[in-house]
Structure formats: C-alpha cells, structure tokens
Design a binder for this molecule. Structure first.
Ligand SMILES: [Fe+2]
Ligand SMILES: [Fe+2]
Length: 186
C-alpha cells in the first residue's frame, strides 16, 4: 500500500518546522544586533506563502477538512474550528512579515520591530498547530478514513502538487535545508 494522505502532510510539517527554526534563529540574531540578509527574508516569505500556505494549508482546508466534515466531524470547536482559526492567524502574520520585509529592503531597517514580532508570532503559532495536527487530527483522520478514502485524498493532493509544479515542491524542500544551514553558520 502507498503512502497515507496524512503521512504526506506529516512530512510537510517536518519541512515547515525546519523553516520555523530558521525564523527563531533569525529573530534571536536580530536581538543580538545581527541584521538578516534581505535575500534570506524574501525566501522565507515565499516559502511561507507558497509551500506552507498555498500547498500545505490548501490541502488541509480544501480537501482534508471538508472530507472530515462530510464524515460528521463538527467544523466548529475542536479540532477543526481551532485549526482553521490558526491558519487564518498564520496568514495574517505572514502578510505582516511580508510587509515588514518590504520595508526592511527599502532600508527602513530602524523599523525592525514588526519584522521580529511577526517572526516570533509564527514561531509561537506553528509548533503548537503542528502538534495538534500530528497527534490529534491525523490519528483521528486515520481512524475515520478507510483505505480507499485515504487514496482518494492522496490523489487530490497530487493534483494540488501538479498545479503548483512538482519542481516547485522540491525547490522549497531544498530551500528549507539551505536556509537552516545558512542560519547555523551565521
Ligand atoms: Fe494546518
Ligand atoms: Fe498542517
């Protein structure tokens, strides 16, 4: 049997966690007075917008959550309502980060407050969110969906991947590793 749909989401979480570690390190470095490279910040924003939000949250919100809802899981409250709310908070923080990076690039580097604050916000949000999905949502999903349904969900995920571009997924996986190396060296 192939991979379960929930397994692919779990694997994407590992990649997202790597980038969350990068943001934590960048925010710490900034507190010590080290200025991050604009290029690193731009890559970070792109990763969050495309890989984390469009691809990963897209799979969850457009396919997994509605399927669970159809199976009788309530959309409000725990866990779906909370998870959707956290996705929305994440989007807000990423938009704030994107704005802060733009200002930073224009040389308004005295205004580092919003840059650090949005990164710290995401560092606080993500591990908690991922924990809930890995330990509550996915085990629950594996209990609710039969093999055929997991397979169907997997096929829908593959359509998302194709739409975004398979090489794009791989590029972001690499980017996460490159950013982590870079921050460690710094
Ligand atoms: Fe999620
Ligand atoms: Fe997730």
């Amino acid at each position: 049997m192939g991979k379960r749909a929930t397994q692919t989401l779990e694997e994407e979480h590992h990649i997202i966690q790597t980038v969350v570690g990068v943001m934590a390190a960048l925010a710490d470095n900034m507190d010590k007075g080290m200025a991050p490279e604009a290029d690193t910040l731009r890559n970070l924003v792109e990763f969050l917008q495309v890989f984390a939000d469009k691809c990963h949250h897209g799979k969850e919100e457009n396919f997994l959550f509605p399927l669970l809802e159809a199976k009788g899981v309530p959309v409000s409250g725990c866990p779906l309502g909370i998870l959707i709310h956290e996705h929305q908070n994440g989007r807000k923080l990423v938009a704030e980060l994107a704005g802060a990076v733009e200002a930073y690039e224009k040389g308004n580097s005295k205004e580092n407050g919003p840059l650090c604050a949005s990164m710290r916000g995401l560092v606080n949000l993500y591990p908690n969110h991922i924990w809930k999905e890995d330990y509550l949502l996915f085990p629950m999903t594996d209990k609710i969906l039969n093999k055929a349904e997991q397979l169907e969900l997997m096929e829908k995920f593959e359509v998302v991947e194709k739409e975004i571009g398979l090489e794009v997924h791989r590029r972001f996986e690499k980017l996460a590793a490159t950013l982590a190396d870079k921050v460690q060296e710094g």
